[in-house]
Design a protein around this ligand. Sequence first.
Ligand code: DQA
Length: 146
Amino acid sequence: MAKKKKVLILNGPNLNLLGKRQPEIYGRLTLEQINRKIHALAKELGVEVEIRQSNSEGELVNWVQESPKQFGALVINAAAYTHSSVALRDALAAAGIPAVEVHISNIHKREEFRKQSLIAEVVIGQITGFGVQSYLLGLRAAVEYL
Ligand code: DQA
């Protein structure tokens, strides 16, 4: 499939623990179950997706840097790095690839430190607080920019 039709979905630290991690905030679905829903929607939309997760900031930075070679758009849940990573923000700005920021919980309804997203200014927009739907809405939004 042409590069333009591929969307890279990135997940940051601790999202590998979904399902057992604070289910009252993040729900009971595992990352694998969420990924199955994303793949099903991608099929419906006629796009290819690749989904990755890393607990390592450097690995996420490398993936963002390399993304324009293979992908037409990004969906990113940077998790805790949303609030701390200048490196990830710089990588997104440098890659210049259309990116959608997503969060399972509504970061604006939580602790003060979560209200600031360092990546918000370098993405198209933010989808926050819709649970697993945040990823699906994020994919729909990203597809519009392919
Ligand atoms: C999160 C929100 C972040 O503040 C938090 O650090 C996460 C997950 C979310 O999807 O709601 O790990 O990005």
